[in-house]
Design a protein around this ligand. Structure first.
Ligand code: ADP
Ligand code: MG
Length: 349
């Protein structure tokens, strides 16, 4: 992307400290537990008698994002969102983040302002204090590393290893949309490269583009579960695709699973777009990734509490380990679940 727009302030004009000061000047701290934010050698947090839950994620230009079609503000929002998703997946409440960036002089101050505007938008929406980070230079691409810190009561934390035989397997929202959004963006990029005069055609694809560009971590699901007094036995967020995440739960819990293809929630636009690309919609849900929905198992005794909840779907149940990890296809045939990444999927397409 070309950042040589009308207002371009070179980073060299500010220097490292000037830049940090500029980017962090509008930060507001809201959590009582945040004792010290940006400005000293380290941030200080007081979690009193709560457990501290920490996670970190790194996003690398050219590997995790492509600035030819990802607006920096969206990238900022998404980089925070994916970190918060990991904390919610522990059934914990994220409260603070640290943001580290490696940048080259290719980026202007205005470009970084956009990135931070997106990050602060996510912080505002999910009530997060940005309490520090690190700023360094880099030869070429942009690197963003975010650490999220949250809290939970000892007994509330949900790990991947607690699923038990006969538990119900549930998933929030719908799957495969983020992957199809990416396919649309990649297609339009290729067309644009071949003929820059052709404007990208993204019409009618809003939902899946948003799923790719602006994922929302499912704080609302954590709230719903709390309200229903349900503590999942195991939980994970879906960053790599449904099958890979199911296998993580099964491996760590030492159980098997029966997943029903017909139950996997897929949005109509995702379904139609997959067909347009000659892809199997189920495969997009199983292997697509980046949906950032929550996958969890609950005790069968909780069924009555959830049967009318619209925010999530029961897609299968946990079995004995000896039965293996399988999907019952719409046709009734049984298939072993495999952790296929994006590459495997491309080959199948
Ligand atoms: P040090 O040299 O001691 O590591 P820095 O100059 O890197 O200190 O950082 C000064 C303060 O600014 C610290 O509070 C740090 O957390 C914060 N900070 C540095 N870079 C960023 C950034 N990119 N975003 C938010 N805060 C930052
Ligand atoms: Mg530093």
């Amino acid at each position: 992307m070309d950042f040589d727009n009308i207002n371009r302030t070179e980073l060299a004009q500010l220097g490292e400290f000037g830049l940090i000061k500029h980017l962090t000047q509008h930060i507001k701290l809201t959590h009582q537990s945040t004792i010290k934010g940006v400005g000293d050698d380290a941030a200080v947090i007081n979690n009193a008698n709560l457990q501290t839950v920490i996670s970190t994620d790194m996003l690398v230009e050219g590997v995790h994002f492509d600035l030819t079609y990802v607006p920096l503000k969206h990238l900022g929002f998404k980089s925070v969102a994916v970190n918060l998703s990991d904390i919610y997946a522990m059934n914990a409440e994220p409260k603070q983040i640290l943001v580290s960036i490696a940048i080259s002089n290719r980026f202007s101050l205005e470009a970084l302002e956009e990135l931070y505007a997106g990050m602060l938008l996510a912080c505002n929406k999910y009530n997060i204090d940005l309490v520090g980070g690190d700023t360094t230079t880099n030869q070429s691409g942009l690197v963003i590393s975010i650490t999220a810190i949250g809290t939970a009561k000892f007994d509330d934390i949900v790990y991947r290893n607690g699923a038990k035989e006969s538990n119900l397997l549930c998933v929030s929202g719908d799957l495969g949309g983020a992957y199809m959004g990416l396919q649309i963006l990649e297609r339009e990029k290729t067309i644009f490269k071949d003929n820059p005069k052709i404007q990208p055609d993204l019409s009618g694809k809003d939902y899946i583009l948003e799923r790719q560009l602006k994922p929302e971590p499912r704080k609302d699901i954590i709230d719903v579960l709390k309200k229903l007094a349900i503590k999942p036995t195991a939980m994970i967020d879906i960053s790599d695709g449904l099958s890979s995440e199911i296998l993580h739960i099964c491996t760590q819990s030492e159980v098997g699973v029966e997943l029903y293809e017909e139950k996997i929630p897929i949005d109509q636009l995702t379904f139609d777009t997959a067909r347009e690309f000659n892809l199997d919609p189920t495969l997009c849900a199983l292997s697509g990734g980046e949906d950032y929905e929550l996958l969890f198992t609950i005790d069968i005794g909780d069924y009555e509490k959830i049967k009318n909840v619209k925010e999530f779907t029961i897609i299968g149940h946990i079995t004995n380990k000896a039965k293996g990890c399988n999907m019952v296809a719409k046709a009734g045939t049984v298939h072993e679940l495999k952790a296929q990444g994006w590459n495997a999927m491309q080959n199948k397409a």
